[in-house]
Ligand binder design. Structure first.
Ligand code: FAD
Length: 302
């Protein structure tokens, strides 16, 4: 059995500590999923996140739905949306059209990504012949169209396509040089990996915020499959915590909350102030973790 680190009382966060959060949602496919998403947004909105981001399905498959979700957020909430955009499998004119339509709808923040090959990540990525070459090229394209905020991805355990961490950091540097103002990390479970990565980035002179992406584990089996595809390691202690709980959803949720709480409290103890949560369009776990972080609905704090 692996040793586990118990929650320490010293990890309690004073309310006045400046912790900022942002939330990621995905555009719903069905009316039922739409209801779930808007329930989650309704519950998390009072926490006043810095922004809420809406993903862009592989190869632009959710283009209209992403746009519709972002437009509704602008129209019906006080939240600041960040629209994701990928450049894979699309020519520049098409991608520029999406950027312009976002800007016309009032979007002032885009999360710029290369995206995965249409045939899946096992396929070798090749840029569209008339498209943006990579995420850095896309960042430059966005900045040429509108002077808006651009965030990009970062990979504490390196992207699977990258031959090395240094090559990965070269790409991050190129994205920063093109105008990216923030990076959001792929999810990870070993905080030491994040800090080691941060040290390497800072040593290279990259100063933008590298916001940790936190995935509360709503479904361990699904998460493990996803982690394999995107190069995130799943520590043995984490697998051990979920072992034997396949048929026990209620206990899995309690474990998920404890694991995520432990992770964010350790990050706070080590100086992290900004967190990006992969919500999977579910509010409860994220709401609870924000509560632990001292992030409260304003009317309840007063
Ligand atoms: P980049 O940062 O451009 O590249 C990642 C790494 O791959 C770099 O280190 C680079 O060196 C290497 N690399 C790039 N191209 C090549 C090449 N041709 N040959 C060799 N190495 C190469 N996907 C979606 O479809 N929609 C989303 O909304 C979405 N949101 C995301 C949000 C976050 C915060 C993160 C971390 C990922 C998200 N993704 C999303 C996944 C992302 O599209 C994939 O990880 C994709 O494979 C890489 O895109 P990128 O912009 O991160 O790549």
């Amino acid at each position: 059995m692996q040793p586990v680190t118990p929650l320490r009382a010293s990890r309690l966060v004073p309310q006045q500590r400046q912790v900022r959060v942002s939330f990621e949602f995905f555009p719903p496919k069905t009316a039922e999923m739409e209801t779930t998403l808007w329930e989650a947004i309704g519950r998390l909105a009072p926490l006043q996140p810095s922004f809420v981001s809406v993903t862009y399905g592989a190869g632009g498959s959710t283009r209209e739905r992403t746009h519709a979700t972002v437009k509704r957020i602008i129209a019906e909430t006080p939240l600041v949306p960040a629209a994701h955009l990928t450049c894979v499998a699309a020519d520049r004119a098409e991608v520029d059209g999406v950027i312009r339509s976002y800007v016309a709808a009032g979007v002032r923040h885009i999360v710029a990504l290369r995206g995965d090959p249409v045939g899946g990540i096992a396929e070798r990525y090749a840029p569209h012949p008339r498209g943006y070459q990579n995420a850095a090229d896309l960042v430059a394209g966005i900045k040429a169209i509108a002077d808006i905020e651009v965030s990009v991805s970062a990979y504490p355990e390196k992207h699977p396509d990258s031959p090395s961490v240094e090559a990965d950091i070269d790409m991050l540097q190129a994205k920063v040089d093109a105008g990216a103002g923030r990076a959001i990390t792929q999810f990870f479970f070993d905080n030491d990996l994040y800090f080691r990565y941060l040290d390497r980035i800072r040593a290279r002179g990259i100063t933008i915020p590298i916001v940790p992406g936190i995935l509360p584990v709503q479904n361990f089996k699904q998460m493990r499959l996803f982690a394999e595809r995107c190069g995130t390691s799943v520590p043995a202690w984490l697998a051990d915590r979920f072992a034997g709980l396949d048929a026990d959803a209620a206990t899995r949720r309690l474990i998920a909350a404890a694991v995520a709480a432990e992770q964010v409290m350790d990050l706070v103890d080590r100086g992290v102030t900004d967190f990006h949560f992969y919500t999977m369009n579910r509010a409860d776990l994220v709401f609870a973790i924000c509560h632990l972080l001292g992030v409260r609905a304003q009317e309840k704090v007063a």
